[in-house]
Design a protein around this ligand. Structure first.
Ligand SMILES: [Mn+2]
Length: 355
């Protein structure tokens, strides 16, 4: 084998529990995903050029569920996608497979991963680091998505984004709710109300939007009173949730300062490149993330010689125009970073950057 072995990264698959509102559609994305894991397995037995593969967060989705429906469990996701779990297990026989938490699956534990994959997949928490390569999902730097022990206690640590996702899903009915709507609401609320009032104005705007549509079961307009929490905890009143996150920005401003807390809002609007700059210290100069659902490759010389790559996403998310555009992975040997697309089981190099 010529050259150094490559580490592969894939993120934001968003496997759900087989509901119509899931972002991952087994019929559309299932075959592509299975072909990808088969490609990795076949490539390793032929070329033996893979060091390991990192599942970089939001592989499982425990958030996407209408606010008034019972949330599904991790085990329900595993049962729903037995075929996909099976090919990952097969892959992990020949390629070391590592799991990193995202926000939609931040509560997935080492025990869960061991149970689902018969101990063949390694759960390493929030951060992957090997030499000069650092990979994180990216949500920890976004104001609404960072799990926060102040909210719901140390066990739940529910970020505001959880409730935003629940209301957004109610709007979608099928997986048709546009991701762009959330950005529009955050952007407009930010401009009109400023950062201090952002959490409650985003929640209020979403509640108002949900209450304009009709509940297909009752035929009546929605009245958002509670979040149904099922196995997670007791149901939660909208007003209590709204109050709980009221000081989100101010609290962070007090603890991390104005600039960083403002940057946490920018990260909410998917500007993660600045975070990549900050993470490049102590010898790190390659940063890989997911979360933004936006494949990206970016090399900077100022302030540092560094490469930032984003894995994009593997689910449709209701964006018609992105359906053919969403099967991507990133690979790196620690010097060269490559973005690949996958079509009909064939990997195609889309972009290369070198340090
Ligand atoms: Mn995410």
């Amino acid at each position: 084998m010529a050259g150094k072995k490559k580490t592969l990264f894939v993120s934001d698959i968003h496997l759900g529990a087989g509901k119509k509102w899931d972002w991952f559609d087994p019929e559309i994305e299932g075959p592509k995903l299975i072909k990808f894991f088969e490609y990795v397995t076949a490539r390793q037995s032929k070329r033996k050029d893979i060091k390991e593969i990192v599942l970089l967060g939001d592989v499982f989705d425990l958030w996407v569920c209408p606010h008034d429906k019972e949330p599904h469990t991790f085990d329900q996701i595993i049962d729903t996608h037995a075929d996909i779990i099976g090919v990952i297990k097969k892959m992990s026989d020949t390629v070391r497979t590592i799991y990193v938490n995202g926000n939609h699956d931040y509560q997935v534990t080492e025990e869960d991963i061991n149970r689902a994959f018969d101990g063949k997949v390694m759960h390493i928490g929030n951060r992957y680091q090997r030499g000069n390569i650092l990979a994180i999902h990216g949500h920890e730097y976004a104001l609404f998505n960072r799990p926060d022990p102040k909210n719901g206690g140390p066990r739940l640590r529910l970020p505001l984004g959880y409730y935003i996702t629940r209301l957004h899903t109610t709007l979608g009915k099928k997986r048709g709710a546009k991701a762009g709507l959330i950005f529009q609401i955050i952007d407009e609320s930010f401009q009109v109300m400023g950062p201090e009032k952002l959490p409650e104005s985003v929640l209020d705007a979403l509640k108002d939007t949900v209450e304009m549509i009709t509940d297909e079961n009752t035929g009546e307009k929605y009245n958002v009173k509670d979040f149904t929490m099922g196995h997670i905890c007791a149901d939660q009143e909208f007003g209590v949730v709204r109050d709980r996150y009221g000081n989100l920005y101010d609290d962070w401003k007090k603890s991390v300062g104005f600039w960083k807390s403002t940057q946490m809002i920018m990260c909410e609007l998917n500007h993660l490149g600045g975070i990549a700059d900050q993470l490049c210290r102590d010898g790190i100069n390659i940063v890989v993330m997911g979360h933004s659902h936006d494949t990206k490759m970016d090399k900077d010389w100022i302030p540092k010689n560094r490469i930032y790559a984003n894995c994009g996403f593997w689910c449709g998310f209701g964006e018609e125009d992105k359906k053919e555009d969403n099967a991507h992975f990133v690979q790196t040997d620690g010097r060269k970073v490559e973005l690949y697309s996958l079509r009909n089981g064939q990997a195609k190099k889309e972009k290369t950057l070198e340090l």
